[in-house]
Design a protein around this ligand. Structure first.
Ligand SMILES: [Zn+2]
Length: 68
């Protein structure tokens, strides 16, 4: 393992980390429902991509207590 030759000062370390901040994503508006979505991804709220329905969204999920 490589071992550093000199102590890195707090200033130098912090200066190096000045560029490490995470940047926020760049969401697009869905053309179908207007919800914010990740670019080049299917809209998570309506399942559309490029004005086509890719994933059918279930309206309701019936949770029947007596079933099973
Ligand atoms: Zn949508």
């Amino acid at each position: 393992m490589a071992v550093q030759q000199n102590k890195v000062s707090k200033s130098r370390r912090n200066n190096r980390r000045a560029h490490d901040a995470l940047v926020a994503g760049n969401p697009n508006e869905c053309t179908n429902c207007g919800e914010l979505k990740r670019p080049h991804h299917v809209c998570p709220s309506c399942g559309h991509y490029a004005d086509k329905e890719i994933v059918a969204m279930a309206d309701e999920i019936e949770l029947d207590e007596d079933a099973a």
